[in-house]
Design a protein around this ligand. Sequence first.
Ligand code: EPU
Length: 418
Amino acid sequence: MDRLVIRGGKPLVGSVTVSGAKNAALPAMAAVLLTSEELMLENVPSLQDVATIERLLGFMGVESREAAPGTVGLTSRAVRRFEVPYDLVRTMRASVLVLGPLLARFGKARVSLPGGCAIGPRPINLHLAGLQAMGAEIDLVEGYVVAKASRLSGTRLLFDTITVTGTENLMMAATLAKGTTVLENAACEPEVEDLARLLQKMGARIEGAGTSTITIEGVEDLTGAPHRIIPDRIEAGTFAVAAAITQGDVLIQGCVPQHLDAVMTKLRDAGAGVAEEAGGVRVRMAARPRPVDITTEPFPGFATDMQAQIMVLMAIAEGKSVITETVFENRFMHIPELLRMGADIAVTGRSALVRGVPSLRGAPVMATDLRASASLVLAGLQARGETVVHRIYHLDRGYERLEAKLRSLGGDIYRVEG
Ligand code: EPU
């Protein structure tokens, strides 16, 4: 298994370009199941999760071709299988995103029920309840969700918890349903809005995406379309923390500043200089951070996908901060690893009390999930001495060439294969 070797203490300086957003690319690719025509997606990041969904779509009969670097053409003319096996759902939970489109266009789907994962139980009950309310018959058979419907019907759905992929799944299902669907307490994430933009180009009638009420008027069929995936706000946020934690100066190019408001506000509160510049956002820091309290929330709040990274910054702050995780139950797996690097963090329930230390110390550490892995890399860039991050396949699921990009900014970070 590959590992990353990092020698910390070098300020990151220069400019870096963010890739397309993983969490926008995955639903966009699943949307190919809604039409028999070709979807042409640009700015698709080269990541393990993207390869996984391509494999899963291929298993169903979707043809894919690389029209240019980062541009993928997908066509689902002849769908052979309407099934997602356990092995695929286990490696990538976003596989459940095919459920809504399959049911809407073909009236059937068999998708393995996801179990627990490193960041909590992550059920899909809200996806299923929504599809049932639209008229689908759903059974659980041998660990699989078996869903059937003649044609889904529009209805009013109120989510009792905000769910990103749940909103996406039901929005896709509703595009081909009979009548109007209203999604209330919908996720407002930029990735939901990006998917809606793609669906609109395909002929869907959607209003309100990006707000908590989305209205979808079903149509008879959808067409192919070209679409450019939005930049990855979590990758951008990770580079912003990398600049701050190494007391560097980095221009993060190609990001959308409005998607980064919550993170940039906290970085400013911590003492970083944050400025919008042509083509991106520049983040600088010249001193130890000030402590700031942070609570994760759905968008536009502070993203749970940035919690582990900001915690590392707080781990070297001049004072105490409290970081509260409200979105997932068990997303503190990075803490025991950070303790091995000299951090002082105590967990009580959903909150972590972080007492800043002047510097972290290099150590061998183990990645447990994607964002936890990113936080360990950031810790390694700050730490004195050498850090070796093991199990970086988690990192490869969601960051495109992270170590190469960090190296281009002056980071001393290498991948050791095998
Ligand atoms: N939830 C339910 N029932 C459901 C669905 C969700 O109780 O049917 C709960 C979850 O257990 C969780 C909360 O609702 O406590 C929010 O989960 P959500 O459904 O929004 O998460 P997701 O859609 O599975 C997406 C991202 C995650 C990101 C979360 C939260 C994709 C492919 N994944 O997951 O990204 O953390 O939203 O913003 O979009 C990552 O990229 O590292 C990642 C984990």
